[in-house]
Every structure is written in C-alpha cells, then in structure tokens.
Design a protein around this ligand. Structure first.
Ligand SMILES: [Zn+2]
Length: 470
C-alpha cells in the first residue's frame, strides 16, 4: 500500500478508488469472514476448485478475487498474503499474467466467449502454480455458455481454479452454485467506511469534518468504491475543508443533527416540530425516501441500545457523535413505545413504494409515531399494575384493566345473604381510592398491539372503552 502511494505521488491524478484499492487480504475492509476463510484455505492448502463471491456492487468482490489469485500464484508469499512485488504479483496487478484470465460476464456472455477458457484449461500454467479464471457478473452468462463450462467445472485439472463474482447470487444456476464454495460479501458498515475515509484524508492532506465523512459514507450505502469516488469528487470540487453541507448536497441527504432532531421531536410527541422539519426537508429537495429509511435505522439503533447498551458493539454502525445522541434519546421513551414506533416506520417503508404523495405519508406516520411516544403502552400499564400489586397497593384480586366484569357478579340478587344495610362508608372510600383516575391510554394503541389484543380476547366480556383524548 505504502509503495503504491509513493509511486503515485507526483504523477497525474490517480482516482482514489484505484489508488487505495486493497493490495492484501488485511487491507480488505468489512469482509473479515471471507478473508479469514480464504487465508485459511491457502495456509492449509485445501483450495476448492471454484469460488463464488456474491454481494452488492463496490464492496470488494473483484478486488478480493485478484488478491486471492495473487496469493495463489505469488512466488514469495508472506504467509497467506501475496508479496505484491514478485513477477507473478505484478503481472496479475497489471492484467498481463498468462495464467490469470479475467472475463466480464456482462459483455462476454455467449458460448464463443467462454470457449477460450475451455481451451486454455487443457494447458498447464506457464509460470505459476495455478491457472485461474475470474468471471465477473457471472449471472449474465447465457445458459449455453454455462453448459459449455459445466463439464470443466465438474472435473477441472488440479491446476485450474475458478472465481465467479456476481451481484445477483439467486440468478446463478443451482448446478453451478453447488459446485462452488459460496461467499456472501456484506455491505461495509458506515463507521468502517468513515474510518477508511479518515485514513485516506490524512494521507492526501485533505481536511474534512467528521460529519462530512459520515455523510459520504451514508450516501455510499455500504459501498467503499462509491464512497471513495464521492470523496474524490468533493476534493476536486472544493479546496480546503470539506464540510457536511458539501457532502449532503451531493446525495440529497438530511444532516445528522437534523435527522436526530426529528427523531427527538417524535420521541417527545412534538407534532409542531415534526411537521416543520418534514416541510423544511421537502422544500429543500431532500431525498424523502432516504430520510424515511435513515429514520428507521435510527429507531432500530435506539431499540438495540436500550436492549444491549455497551454490549451492542458492532451491531450499531455508528460514529461517536451518533452514539452520544443515542444514549440521550434512549432515556426519553420506554422500549415498548420505541418498538411500536419502529413497527410504524417499517410499515411506512412498505407503503412508500406505492404511494403518490411521499410527504403526506411521512407526515402522517411521524405524527402517529409521536403519539405512540407520548401515550403509555399497555405493557407499561401492566408493569405498573404488577408493581402496585407487589407493593401491596392493590388488592390481589382487583381487576387490572376492566372494572365492568366484577360489577355484574356483585349483583344484589345473586347474594341474598348479604347484609341489607348499606356498606360502611369507609369501604366505599377505600374502593374509590384503589381505583384512581383512569390512566390515559390510547384505544388505537391497544388495537395495534397484537399481544394485547390476544389478552383482551381471552377475557370474556371485556371491551375497550373509548377514553377522551387528553
Ligand atoms: Zn508475489
């Protein structure tokens, strides 16, 4: 990596994705599970005949394939890592190795295109241990092309290895997949992209706000190549410090603080602020669908934080600034309410695909979410009743939610032995005290909660009564 950095210096501009392309397995970001297995295969000498790398674009499938090819054919490897300097490594890096063939399946998908591979398989490698065929976007190969390859794939000579890469694993024929060792490469975590961008900015002597790098990473949606291209673009666009605003303008994203502010308004049930924020984003031409998606992720993070706290670790893909807000906001609302808000947002994501007015749907959903945040859920109510019972504040047989059922059984006709005299006044006041003012819970919230619905339906004679809005 260092060697490449220096050699690029002083020459004409080299695009960042190219300049900082990983050269060793350890350089590959965010695909630890794949890298570990490949390195182990090389170290133990147990190398499969064919590999299939599946994953979205720009996350390192081709890069990993090339590193793997180098590692297999390197003359002076460093453990499982290629040296990057020997004749074989340099030839592979420059695309002129006679023993490593790359084919773009998207543009070369016919039988004629794979025929050279079938012919080349018959000859031993020229100057390496293995003859390696890398086929990118392999799901585009025609069935006829696959059929031509199939026989070779079934029984390849020991010196032949195949590496297939694709964005659409489901479109690859099952007969092919079953002959490959399959790896699913992941979208790279936002905070991992931010770390890499920070490192590169340091190397390039570029200053950028941490929120600016976060915005670039958010915009790249897990793709390192896209993140580096955007950084490149922003460096070209602006001398000096790159700000969050610069980065946001490229992607139409809402700033971190605005997004978190909107989440805060929802958690406080502040309808006016919710409406104002949505109107501002809409008139500023922000990408409303992305806003909805990012809000959803934020509430998901809140749920995870409330459940696990510091133990959440890597499951929260957040920067230290985001963490601070999360810690604060997690205190505002009970987790059962946040769960229900997250459910509402998930429903909205589904509907967003079909709806005409995105803004109206978002407004309605967020107002509804704000209401959920400000009204106690039945779960909280039950918890409170249980706590009250445990502390002796409520008679153990007292009805928790529905007072109408006992009223019937207490009919005077059914109990002729009852004293005709009116109940002592002390008793009456006691009952009145045990039944404090009705807690304000939301009828719709009860109907929305499947668990509660079940409980209520299993209690004969119960009905949900309307309570005046507070
Ligand atoms: Zn080498």
């Amino acid at each position: 990596m260092n060697k490449e950095d220096k050699s690029a210096e002083g020459r004409q501009h080299v695009a960042l994705p190219l300049k900082y392309r990983p050269m060793t397995f350890d350089d590959v970001v965010g695909q630890e599970h794949v890298v570990r297995t490949l390195k182990h295969a090389i170290e133990s000498g147990r190398i499969a005949n064919a590999y299939l790398f599946v994953g979205p674009r720009g996350i390192g499938k081709t890069t990993t394939s090339r590193i793997f090819a180098k590692a297999l054919n390197c003359l002076t490897p460093n453990g499982a890592e290629p040296c990057g300097k020997c004749e074989n490594c340099t030839q592979i890096a420059e695309g002129r190795s006679l023993d490593v063939m790359e084919l773009d399946g998207a543009s070369h998908n016919k039988v004629e295109d794979v025929r050279p591979i079938i012919e080349a398989v018959q000859f031993k490698p020229v100057a390496s241990r293995f003859k390696i065929f890398i086929i990118d976007e392999c799901h585009m190969l025609s069935t006829a092309a696959w059929n031509a390859l199939l026989k070779t794939l079934e029984e390849p000579p020991p010196y032949v290895k195949f590496v297939f890469a694709t964005t659409e694993g489901d479109k690859v024929l099952a007969t092919i997949v079953s002959r490959c060792q399959r790896f699913d490469l992941r979208r790279i975590q936002t905070n991992q992209i931010v770390d890499r961008l920070t490192y590169i900015c340091g190397k390039e002597n570029v200053t950028a706000d941490s929120d600016a790098l976060l915005a670039i990473a958010r915009g790249a949606e897990g793709g390192m190549r896209d993140a580096l291209s955007s950084l490149d673009q922003l460096i070209a666009f602006k001398d000096g410090n790159i700000t969050e605003e610069d980065a946001l303008s490229v992607f139409g994203l809402v700033s971190r603080s605005e997004l978190e502010g909107l989440a805060g308004a929802i958690l406080k049930g502040d309808s006016a602020s919710i409406l104002k924020a949505v109107a501002n984003f809409d008139s500023a031409g922000k990408n409303m669908r992305r806003l909805a998606g990012e809000l959803m992720v934020h509430f998901r993070n809140l749920v995870v934080w409330q459940a696990l706290g510091e133990k959440a670790g890597d499951t929260l893909e957040i920067t230290s600034d985001q963490r601070k807000t999360l810690v604060e906001q997690a205190k505002i609302c009970d987790s059962s309410r946040i769960f229900r808000i997250a459910d509402k947002l998930a429903e909205m994501e589904d509907k967003l695909r079909y709806v005409l007015s995105v803004r109206t749907l978002i407004e309605m959903t967020l107002l509804r979410a704000g209401r959920i945040a400000s009204v106690a859920s039945i779960e909280e109510l039950m918890k409170a009743v249980r706590a009250l019972k445990a502390s002796g504040g409520l008679p153990p047989s007292a009805p928790a939610v529905q007072p109408s059922a006992p009223a019937k059984s207490a009919s005077p006709v059914a109990k002729p032995a009852a004293a005709p005299a009116p109940q002592p006044s002390a008793g009456t006041t006691a009952t009145a005290e045990a039944k404090p003012e009705t807690p304000s819970f939301d009828r719709q919230a009860i109907l929305d909660d499947p668990r509660l619905n079940n409980i209520l339906q299993s209690m004969p004679g119960t009905k949900i009564i309307d309570i005046k809005e507070k």
